[in-house]
Design a protein. Sequence first.
Length: 174
Amino acid sequence: MPDGNNNGNITHELKYVTTNHFYLEIDSTIAASFTECSGLSLQIKKNVFMEGGVNHQQRIYLGHAEFADVTLKRGITDHPGFWNWINAVFDERKATTRRNVNILVFNQAGETMMSWTLIGAIPIAWKTPSLQADGNAVAIEELVLAYEGLQLGKEKGGGSPQNRQRSSGFFPSN
């Protein structure tokens, strides 16, 4: 039986996540839940140069970053802000609204285990499953988001509509 004294030993409490659900946070509010998330990736292009007289080594210079589209599958939502954002993209009269959105994973205690902030995200594809009369939430079979930057962390936040910063070209993170 533990007596509260660990005799100088470092203990590590493991926080389990039994079933992953990925939550989409927009405007600091969880707006949708998905059971699958794919495509979160970053690739930095490299330029390889051979230096004259150095035959045993190459020089690598990093180029620009490329982000793959994120695909969220089998989701549900009844959040009006989420649907307003989706509809704004398809409405030709409105300016396209980009948002910083968070994809969150929680453990069983409700603590954020991981957070991916998609900077300047915009929906580029949306697909609905077959409609069923016995459901009470709007289902999303697939949602594809393009984005301009990526931040990793364990904090939540962000999701607000943002204006692009002229100096860097990026949307500011919250």
